[in-house]
Ligand binder design. Structure first.
Ligand code: ATP
Length: 502
């Protein structure tokens, strides 16, 4: 809604075009579409699941394989319900919401106010917008709901549907989904450890699976502080207003890493991970101006410093990744609730005392990125509509300029015709390359149409097998971004693609 005012219509149109492209080419479908879909839930198709997996692999490798002191785990989605009491989610994982009495439309209070600030900015009222946001932050920090409602009314913020300023009071809304565990016969199977109720939550973040396994991993992996635990997995949030395609979903995936450190070193490690994560984003070749930091003023209940890495999505700069200095809040709280010590013995010598640092509960720096948001960032950066018209004829193409390492298909092998032994040569190239990277064989349609289809899927390389191939064992290779073509020997194909995908 109002946030979109900040982008020119052409950019908003681009967002719609990307959504259609995702559906048309098998990247993303609405969930259970034959039943008209389920709001804010999406399925990744044959191309989307490959791209998503490649993003995951890129993150996983850079976090675990390239850092000797970070290991990965894969914890269950269901956790003992006390986990969420200890983490603060049962009591604090709320968003203030407000309903418009006329349209019955529900808004997240911060989104409503931020939307209004964007409208002010679009009107050139930069200063008023900043003052409004500062007032909102101050009221949110105090959970002053009456003050927030007053702010909405004083600024005459209206509902996008009814156009009225007729609002309910502001209420808290807990974002966790819950379900019944085991038999629905009351408390026949307690969740674990004997608690009476059998209500369990679908995890709203993957981080707690890491915290409750901190000692398991530290002991069995003989990990020495500082060290990290990484995890990729599903998270679920009953978002009040779920919109903007895969940007805000009710079921999504997170790639999180908790880095355990000595208390007192959190500032330097926070700065380290802030810089390191931005470096990771830029390593994909996405221009620096597409990213910016946003430091938090209102801190979550567990944090002593926090910032977002924001990305310039088609609908404007928005949070892509969070970096949080979580203190020892989580481990200390789990120690309290579980009555199990969550301590680490540090036998390094403290230069101040000449003695080992000894026992402590480690502090934690968290990096948390939404996989689906990263998918949207990569895709919206890659998507380009190009006008290729010449004076003789109109022409255009849609191309996904995906980094080769992330592209769902790396190489398309295209025999010029279906006869004269060309498919057989193409098949030999396929069997040479198939074990090393994802290839795609296509013999239908004209070569121009086949190139266009591969452009739309983001395939960086196409090779065409033609009659000259039969004579000199060379093929035409076509580069997606420049559309340039050259002849190369068949035996060079594999090496060229492998060099490009890294
Ligand atoms: P927002 O302010 O946008 O609701 P958040 O600050 O609550 O996000 P975190 O709790 O920090 O998000 O979660 C870490 C990351 O998980 C976010 O940076 C984002 O990439 C991703 N994420 C959070 N909520 C969603 C969602 N509903 N859909 C998709 N990704 C999400």
């Amino acid at each position: 809604m109002a946030n979109e005012a900040k982008k020119p219509a052409q950019e908003v149109g681009k967002f719609q075009a990307i959504i259609s492209h995702c559906k048309e080419y098998g990247f993303i479908f609405p969930s259970s579409e034959i039943y008209d879909g389920l709001q804010a839930v999406y399925d990744y198709g044959q191309m989307g699941s490959e791209l998503k997996k490649n993003i995951k692999d890129y993150w996983w490798k850079s976090m675990t394989q390239l850092h000797d002191n970070i290991v990965g785990i894969d914890a269950a989605i269901f956790m003992h319900p006390t986990t969420w009491k200890a983490s603060g989610h049962v009591d604090n994982f709320n968003d203030p919401m407000i309903d418009n009495k006329d349209s019955k439309k529900r808004y997240r209070v911060d989104h409503l106010i931020e939307g209004h600030a964007e409208l002010l900015k679009a009107d050139g009222k930069e200063k008023e917008a900043e003052e409004l946001l500062a007032a909102m932050d101050a009221l949110l920090a105090k959970d002053d709901f009456a003050g927030l409602k007053q702010l909405i009314e004083d600024n005459k913020m209206v509902c996008a549907i009814s156009g009225t300023c007729n609002w309910t009071d502001i209420r808290q809304f807990n974002l966790m989904f819950s379900t019944e565990f085991g038999s629905t016969e009351a408390s026949e199977i307690p969740p674990a450890g004997g608690g009476g109720a059998n209500k369990v939550y679908l995890r709203p973040e993957t981080a707690q699976g890491i915290f409750v396994n901190f000692l398991n991993v530290q002991k069995t992996g003989r990990m020495k502080v500082p060290f990290g635990i990484a995890q990729i997995g599903k998270a679920f949030r009953n978002e009040i207003v779920a919109r903007q395609f895969i940007f805000r979903m009710r079921e999504f995936e997170q790639m999180e890493m908790q880095f355990f450190i000595r208390p007192g070193t959190q500032k330097e490690w926070y700065e380290f991970w802030k810089a390191e994560r931005l470096k990771w984003h830029r390593s994909l070749g996405i221009p620096a101006e597409k990213y910016r930091y946003h430091d938090h003023i209102k801190l979550a209940h567990y944090a002593d410093a926090a910032c977002d890495i924001e990305f310039d999505f088609p609908m404007g700069f928005k949070e892509l990744e969070g970096i949080h200095s979580r203190t020892d809040f989580d481990l200390r709280s789990h120690q309290e609730y579980s009555k199990k010590k969550q301590q680490y013995f540090d036998n390094d010598i403290d230069p101040a005392t000449g003695k080992p640092y000894g026992n402590y509960i480690p502090f934690v720096i968290e990096t948390s990125i939404g996989l689906d948001r990263m998918f949207l960032a990569v895709l919206s950066q890659a998507y380009e509509e190009q006008d290729l018209s010449t004076p003789e004829r109109p022409d255009s193409r849609v191309v996904l300029k995906l980094p080769a390492s992330l592209a769902p298909i790396k190489l398309a092998v295209l025999p010029l015709t279906k006869k004269d032994g060309l498919p057989e040569v193409a098949e030999r190239i396929m069997s040479d390359c198939r074990p090393h990277f994802r290839c795609f064989y296509e013999e239908k349609d004209s070569i121009g149409k086949r190139y266009r289809r591969m452009d739309a899927l983001g395939t960086p390389f196409c090779v065409t097998v033609d009659h000259q191939t039969l004579q000199d064992d060379t093929v035409t290779i076509r580069y997606r971004d420049t559309m340039e073509q050259e002849r190369i020997p068949i035996e060079k194909i594999k090496e060229l693609v492998m060099n490009a995908i890294g």
